[in-house]
Design a protein around this ligand. Structure first.
Ligand SMILES: C[S@@+](CC[C@H](N)C(=O)[O-])C[C@H]1O[C@@H](n2cnc3c(N)ncnc32)[C@H](O)[C@@H]1O
Length: 278
């Protein structure tokens, strides 16, 4: 697929379920409190339940809240009314690449984070926002995201695409961390500065993992850390699950050996993923 075709299918009920991640919301709330000033124009890209738009409106901003999902926008509109800020938020049904504004915004908020920046479009949406929507002196939340990976043993995940005599193509799956055994230490895969345009962002790195525990590598487990503003940092514990990337074939490894793994993908383009062992 290409560009605009990656509108992450994100049902309204899933967007509403993110309201239960209270530590995530508290960190965004603190970042918004520090960055957004009364009468600022704020754009919220991927508004979902409307939570971040509502927090910005409560801070005295005029907000334009954008989402590709009509049902989520209807829910967010109702939530804005319930919280007394309906007159401060304009809701726009659009893919972010089709969204433009006359005068650039003081602040852009964009939460399309996914475990490895592989599934959702955090990197491309932030890049588009900095290039097309944000004043040069404006602020974007979040500001930076770093992704990490570790080779793991996880037979259940690797085998889940084989059902009796039926087999299906293996694709990345979110998992609970405790379900896998780490066979090496975590390594950084990439760091994206979201305050600058990054239209050609790509991950293409060979990681040399020093195996610390003998076992079978079934795949990589990916995770992230994200700086919202200043020292306010989101981690996986704030509401995300790790992403399991299955290897084409499991690899037997002994403690002390090195596993060289090439990881290649364009952020937000889940079908661009390439995993290769050397
Ligand atoms: C992770 S949710 C975040 C929702 C809300 N901002 C929050 O923090 O709870 C991402 C939202 O972005 C929307 N989205 C995904 N791809 C999009 C795109 N290409 N253009 C506009 N919105 C998009 C989804 O429909 C979803 O509501």
């Amino acid at each position: 697929m290409k560009g605009k075709e990656y509108a992450t299918p994100f049902p309204m009920l899933h967007a509403a379920s993110l309201l239960s991640h209270t530590s995530r919301i508290r960190k965004f709330r603190e970042a918004i409190r520090r960055v957004v000033k009364t009468n600022d124009h704020v754009v919220d890209l991927g508004t979902g339940s409307g939570i971040l738009a509502i927090l910005a409106a409560k801070q005295g901003a005029r907000v334009t809240a954008v989402d590709v999902n009509q049902d989520s926008l209807a829910y967010a509109r109702e939530a804005a009314g319930q919280n007394g800020v309906a007159d401060r938020i304009e809701f726009v049904h659009s893919h972010f690449v089709d969204f433009s504004i006359g005068r650039r915004a003081d602040v852009v908020i964009c939460e399309m984070l996914s475990s490895m920046m592989l599934i959702e479009q955090q990197v491309s949406a932030s890049s588009y926002a900095v290039e097309n929507l944000l004043k040069p002196s404006g602020h974007i939340i979040p500001e930076e995201v770093r992704i990490f990976a570790v080779p793991v043993q996880n037979e259940i995940q690797w085998n889940r695409f084989q059902i009796d005599d039926l087999s299906f193509p293996r694709v990345p799956q979110t998992v609970e961390r405790g379900q896998s055994v780490d066979l090496a230490d975590l390594m950084e895969l990439a760091c994206f500065d979201l305050t600058i345009p990054n239209p050609d962002a790509k991950v293409d790195k060979t990681l040399d993992f020093k195996i610390v525990q003998t076992g079978i590598v079934h795949g990589l487990l990916g995770m992230f850390e994200c700086r919202l503003h200043s020292e306010i940092v989101l981690t996986m514990d704030d509401g995300w699950r790790e992403l399991f990337l299955p290897l084409p074939k499991p690899v037997d490894m002994k403690a002390g050996q090195t596993l060289s793994l090439r990881v290649e993908f364009r952020p937000g383009e889940y079908d661009s993923l390439l995993l290769q062992t050397h």
